[in-house]
Design a protein around this ligand. Structure first.
Ligand SMILES: [Zn+2]
Length: 70
């Protein structure tokens, strides 16, 4: 099953199985998947999880992929 990566208003990135209508964030907010912006699509939960981690690192450190840079 494919997974979609979306972002909550609180700044957290979440993944949701494609076809699901809503997803509740850790902050308690309920997100309508149809209204959310799809940031990425992954083939399974495992890769969706690593995509979410990559996004979260990007949001914090701009590059995220070059830890030696700073
Ligand atoms: Zn949230």
């Amino acid at each position: 099953m494919a997974y979609l990566v979306i972002r909550c208003g609180c700044g957290r990135y979440l993944y949701v199985p494609e076809g699901d209508k809503t997803r509740t964030c850790l902050c308690g907010k309920r997100i309508q998947v149809s209204k959310a912006r799809i940031l990425a699509k992954a083939a399974d939960a495992l890769s969706a999880g690593s995509v979410v981690r990559a996004f979260q690192m990007e949001g914090r450190g701009m590059t995220g992929f070059s830890p030696a840079h700073k």
